[in-house]
Design a protein around this ligand. Sequence first.
Ligand code: ADP
Ligand code: MG
Ligand code: ZN
Length: 488
Amino acid sequence: AASQFGKSKAAVIAEGQIKQTFADVAGCDEAKQDLQEVVEFLRHPERYHQLGARIPHGVLLVGPPGSGKTLLAKAVAGEAKVPYYSISGSDFVEMFVGVGAARVRDLFEQARKSAPCIVFIDEIDAVGRKRGVSLQGGNDEREQTLNQLLVEMDGFGSGQEVIILAATNRPDVLDAALLRPGRFDRQVVVDAPDVRGREMVLRIHARKKPLDASVDLALVARRTAGMVGADLENLLNEAALLAAREGRTRITGRDVDEARDRVLMGPERRSLVVREADRKVTAYHEVGHALAAQLLPHADKAHKLTIVPRGRSLGSALYTPEDRMHHTRAALLDLICVALAGHAAEDVATGQITTGAANDFQKATSIARRMVTEWGMSGAGQLALAQDSSNYLGFGPQPTNYSDHTAQTIDTETALILNSQYDRAHALLTEHAHVLHRLTDELMIRESLSGDDVRTVLAGGLLPDLEVPPLGSSDGPAPSGELTPGPA
Ligand code: ADP
Ligand code: MG
Ligand code: ZN
């Protein structure tokens, strides 16, 4: 009917009806910490206004499907005791030009009336992809919708406490306009859980399930590497179904094992569990980076390394960069050495190198090349190679002002730097091979290590036991069931 045209399809849950709180979300402590500020603001906006603080309008929740983004958004509303509007990006994208934009307008009109409140936009990439990249054109509808969303976000005055949480697995495809200050200028990462996180998720979902003494949730957590919260919930549910089918009143360890195999066998889940051998190589590789970074004087230290897959990478090491305006030659060499240390570690530990992480080589090569061609930091000295681009009009390859001979010198010098830094990484890790192995063993068990863990093991110390904190008090929130959305 015409009157429905442009009505927002958002589902609303009134304050007081949201049962979820942060206690229902496990394994993403950092995300919860980041979102705590949003909760505080929604509870006491006046404190922030009084100080003239600019409050975030938009927070982007970034993480793989099933990691708990929707759950977290609801929990923010639950903690703050405010109404919760939710809509999916795909609901905005309709056949008819103008419908999506009208829906956005309608949604925000409603939301403003019930401020303070949360608006949750799931799958924001459906509407927020970069504009003007499609060759077919015909993006009018999506562009209008996106523009309307930007207009609404910019239109908030103070005193209108509407906070927009949006979820995506692909922040890289979003239009830059969405990420500008005052819009979605904060990102909260909701990663797949590590082993400790998985045990906590399992405990949450086991709260209302009668488990037999043969169920060891810590063991289940260890055997479900790669699973996200939704998988784990599904696993326990499958186990309950198996027990029910056989007329039992308690879930046994066998049920859980069988459920796990079923979940893993699921069609879209086959790639889920990373082969043990791959995990080990990944662990050596990441430890190699982190250990080299720790040992080299000028390198940024790793503050976290993990073998929990994220995006397309099997593992990662995250560094805390120090503020530096200028890079010295020594610091650049250390940087290259750290980049190559992942592969060097694979070789030291296993005698072979895998094809993973080609961008380590790219990164190292690009730094080495710039040292030679731009910064005069190689054996060739000041090659004075700044390219003369004053007459360059931008068609075809940029002309170079150096001879074939110089080109060869550049290649040779670049290779020299790369080879010597690879050898340096190799020697360093061979010298500390025992630490390399010990850290890798710990990483295999814990799945993620902090920078402090690296330093502890390097100093010969022991890491504390893998500890999983107890669940909150037993009178905590009821287990999360599906809530019936109220009228839109
Ligand atoms: P996403 O929005 O990231 O795809 P959801 O929030 O929809 O994931 O997760 C689906 C369900 O899986 C949740 O309702 C919850 O029952 C379970 N779940 C997912 N992540 C977690 C978590 N971190 N802690 C507890 N339960 C979780
Ligand atoms: Mg979701
Ligand atoms: Zn690497």
